[in-house]
Ligand binder design. Structure first.
Ligand SMILES: Nc1nc2c(c(=O)[nH]1)N[C@H]1C(S)=C(S)[C@@H](COP(=O)(O)O)O[C@H]1N2
Ligand SMILES: [Mo]
Length: 219
């Protein structure tokens, strides 16, 4: 090993594994140009609100994020611990399965990369299940959760995320349909194998790639 090469650590091994898994993703990230709008979608300028009809009001002081399952370091983060993690800003598009898309949303929060560095998923972890304060759940492959621009967002366009859009903290995974982006997130469980969340049990696709229109489970 040459002197400028960093020694192989468990963290670099894990990151290489995620990058390798990411190579097999069909949904691409941060598309620009003519294929930016997925098939069957239309653009909106406003930001619609969609949920199960219960919008829990969770004050930052009482908010918790529990991270459990197949990880080396399970965590229960309060607001202060979450704010102490590296803060990321990025911009991405929203694609909702009900056919609206909204371009150029500016987010601030904690990237899923930084969260994964904290809890260190075991090699056996293949999927994640998110649970929220309104009882909502949604599942996604770890490789999708771990993409570069996935973020646990606390701010949108420079303002704290409103309650209706999932404040104080929601997930944003821009390369999948927006039902995967859990609002009011409270728990992330790392799984061995896949399990269906709320909409996935009710006919929606287990993955949800907008560019291949993975809308319903039969698709
Ligand atoms: N906790 C929670 N998260 C949720 C939902 C929900 O009902 N509860 N609905 C999902 C669906 S179907 C969509 S389209 C988006 C809508 O997010 P928005 O209301 O901010 O546009 O949130 C997703 N995340
Ligand atoms: Mo949705």
């Amino acid at each position: 090993m040459s002197e400028d090469e960093a020694p192989e650590t468990k963290l670099t091994q894990t990151k290489r594994r995620w990058a390798e898994q990411g190579r097999f993703l069909t949904g691409r990230i941060s598309r620009q140009g003519t294929d930016r709008l997925p098939p069957g979608q239309h653009l909106v300028k406003n930001w619609p609100v969609l949920d199960l009809g219960q919008q829990p009001v969770v004050r930052p002081e009482s908010w918790r994020l529990d991270i459990a399952g197949e990880v080396d370091s399970p965590a229960s983060l309060d607001w202060r611990a979450f704010q102490a993690l590296p803060q990321t800003n990025n911009q991405s598009d929203i694609h909702c399965v009900t056919t609206w898309s909204r371009y150029d949303n500016r987010w601030q929060g904690v990237s899923t990369h930084d969260l994964l560095d904290l809890v260190m998923p075991k090699p056996s972890a293949s999927h994640v299940m998110l649970s929220s304060y309104d009882g909502y759940t949604t599942n996604l492959p770890l490789a999708d959760f771990a993409v570069e621009d996935a973020i646990l967002a606390t701010h949108w366009e420079g303002e704290p995320l409103s309650v209706e859009h999932g404040g104080p903290v929601r997930l944003v995974v821009p390369h999948l349909y927006f039902w995967k982006s859990a609002k009011w997130v409270n728990r992330i469980e790392f799984l061995v194998g896949d399990r269906a969340g709320f909409w996935e049990r009710n006919g929606y696709h287990m993955r949800g790639d907008p560019w291949t229109e993975e809308r319903y489970s039969g698709d």
